[in-house]
Design a protein. Sequence first.
Length: 225
Amino acid sequence: MVKRFIAFCLLLLLSCTVVQAEPESRWKWYYSSDRVGMYFDTQTLHYDASKRAADVWTKNLNVNGEKIGEVHKFLFLEEGAAANVQYVYYRNGYPSVHNVKKVYIQQVAPDSPNEALANGIANYLNVKPMYPGGENRWKWIGATDTYSLYLATDCGKYYPEKDWYAVWIKRVYLSGYAYKDRYYCRFSKNQIATRYGRARNPIPESDDEKIYNAAKELQATGKSI
């Protein structure tokens, strides 16, 4: 899998379009937290329209505007996935380069920095975003005495080779902390699973059942990426 992915990345570098930009507008902001601002490089951005895949460098600036790191990554807008292939860390202005030996393809969570990056690139290139987004993205599907449970209505994806329908779930706790996870439903066998968990049957009145039923309803609407 990794070898095929690396081969694809090399092919992408050789075949796709290089998007040029003026030096003064080279870096475009896409995300900020209370500690860091994130930007992507338009001058070295490569985009393969046929695969909806982007090869991009990003940089992080601290609150003082100092560069603290850069990441070379690939974004797969059609699949809702991303992979980091190289990191550069800065200490006292000096770079330390680290190549990723084993590439890990991660699914992009809604409202995450990687989705913001995908949206920034899509806006810059005027192409379709990774996910539709929107104000009514998160649908409430249940609650306990400690958290509320939501399902993202624009990120459902069906994998026919394994007969799984995947959805993103968010738990919002009373403290304000939010945790997101991806669940996989196989409606033909009444099964649900997380990425590294075993497939199981939903227990009545459990979170699994709420997620399973909401995912089944979402798939019936045809809203899938």
